[in-house]
Each structure stands twice: as C-alpha cells, then as structure tokens.
Write a protein that binds this ligand. Sequence first.
Ligand code: GLA
Length: 388
Amino acid sequence: MFKLFSKAFVFLLPVVFGLNGCSGEEAATPQTQTDQHMQQQNASSVKQEKFGSVDGQDIIQYTLSNPAGMEVKIINYGGTLTSIMVPDSSGQWGDVLLGFDSLPGYLQKENPYIGCLVGRYANRIANGKFIVNGKAYQLPLNNNGNSLHGGEKGFSRVVWAAKPLPETNSVQLNYHSKDGEEGYPGSLDVQVTYTVTNINELKIDYLATTDKGTPVNLTNHAYFNLSAGKDSTVLGHTLTVNADRYTVVNDKQIPTGALDAVKGTPMDLTSPVVIKTNIDKVPGGYDHNFALRRSASDGPELAATLYHEGSGRRLEVFTTEPGLQVYTGNFLDGSLTGKYGRKYVKHSGICLEAQHFPDSPNHPSFPSTLLRPGEKYRQTTIYKFSTK
Ligand code: GLA
C-alpha cells in the first residue's frame, strides 16, 4: 500500500533512525537536505525572500509548506518552481526537482525551461503559422523552423506579478500578455495559482481570458528526479502513462495528424515500465504527447505515475488536459550544473507536461485550443507525492 507521509511519521523518524545514523557517500546529500529541511521547516505559511532582480524588478522566492512538511519554492521569474522537498520511505527529505542555486542559472540562455510556466502555446506550432478568424499569424521560429513554447521569451522568461495567499497555502501569479506579443493575437490575461495541499499535492490552477480569438496552451516544465540526486538519471524510475494513443511526429517533432496505438510498441506505458527498458527503441528518447484516457468528467484525472524504487517516492499526475508530453531530458548533455553541484546529464530528469496536443491550431481533428473573447481557459494539474 502506498501511504501519505504524516507529520508524526516525519518528525519521529529522525529520532528512530538517527539523523547521523547513515554511513557511506550515498547518504551525504540527502542527509544534508534533511538537516536543512528540519531546521527550516515551519507550519503552513507562505515565506518570501528576495532571489534577485530582472530589469529593475524584484524576483521573490515564495515557499509554500504544509503541516506534513512538504515544501515547494516558486519564483516570480517565469513562475518557476525551484524546489520540491518531500521525504522518501524512510523519512529522509530530498529535493526532487531539477533547478539552479540562484537566479543567473535560470536567466542563462541555455536554460531548457527548467521548472517554468510555458505559454502562450506550450510545445510546437508548425512553421510558427496558424489562422484565426481567416487571418494568418506568424510566430518567431525558435526551434528547427517551428515555434516552440511560446517564442523567444514566451511566459517562461518574463516577470509575473505575485500575490501570496497564506489562507490556502498558495501563491497567485498574474501575467498580462499584450496583443501581438510573440506574434499572437489578442491581449491575454493569465492567472496561475500554485497551492500545496495537506495531502501532499502541488496543485496548479490556470485561468486565462482574451479580447481576441487566440490559441492558448499552458503548462509547467518541471523536471523531476525522485531519487533527489542519488541517481544521476531517471532511467531506473518506473513510469506509467494512462494513454492508449500518442501523436505521431515527423523528424522535426511536428504531429503528422496520426494518433497511433501504443500497444505493442515502446510507447506502451499503460502498465508500469522501467524507463530504461525501451528508451533506446524510441529514437532520441521519449519526447512525445500521449493522448490521455479520459472519462466524461471535466475534473483532473490520473495521467501518469512515476515511481523510484530506491527511495520509495511516488509521484502521481492528475490533469484536466487531453495530453501529456513525456520528455525524458534527452537534450540535457552535462553542460549545465544545477543545485547541489549536480551536472545535468542526458535523462537527469523527466518532464510530465500536461497540455493540449502540439500544433493543435493546424489540426482541426485535435481538441481545440482556441480561446475566444468571453470564454475562460481553465486547466488544473496536480502533482501528488507519496511513498511506498
Ligand atoms: C519540451 C520539448 C522538448 C524540448 C524541451 C526543452 O518538452 O518537447 O523537445 O524542446 O521542451 O528542452
């Protein structure tokens, strides 16, 4: 049985097992993380600290925590998640998110969207072109002749207005994207609320409105490694994706329009699969949109489960979205150094990006991403942590 970690469990364990009771190299990093976490951990609250500044605007890091001790940090630059502290099955705390020690890490050009919000259109739009109300729009081409993740800055490299909401353990971020920004039609008002719940979930609620018809597809680009640094890659993690089909792509990762069955292919993750089992049979590694099984409900439904046997940590992803981009950090090449001095090598982390299908504006058969004036774009994604 999987169990949620309780406050009592968390506080007793260091006494039972002894904070200094582990030996060997392996224990060094998690032990340090546990020590720091035990010193800093506080009951429900939203802490704030200055993280730097961008173009004269303060960048603040917000810390959300719950009574069980789960702690999530977010900065208002790109609405970026910078840390998620959760315990393993023996109560050792660890940071399961890839990220950087300080703001310059996130600002560097080479930052591959680590932890940030992505929009106005997450994923790719073929040739950066689409038509709304008979009018053609052209976006900047920032990825092999296509548009990726909203353009040069998108929503990932801008400063969001932030408001802590301590009553709900949340921080609310707002961004006003101007008409024509990155080539998209209409002013778009976006609100994203991060909440840490008492059952160890990180909940992300997205809301957007527009004054002209525009495609909208928002997500978060967190890279997870549930070993919290013990394993340099996620190849030993077990992944389950609740999807029978995936969008087939061409050599530039643009959907052909086909939705192929996963059955009998390395894309079949419908029952738990250790990531390394079939990854070599997927050219380039997993970087695909899975068409999620959905019931008639509009609410968040289970999309994927990631499990790390060594630590017992489990992550379940629930979403309202029709798709999940599974990206196994294939372009990480060891040239970036992240938190705790860790080198981000190929497959160091995995992104589970809940979203609409790539290039939907050019595929009328895909669920629509068009937002019209008077309508509300909403999406909710929940990352729920537990141990086994
Ligand atoms: C997405 C894409 C990948 C890659 C990463 C960023 O998840 O699907 O192909 O571009 O972003 O490196």
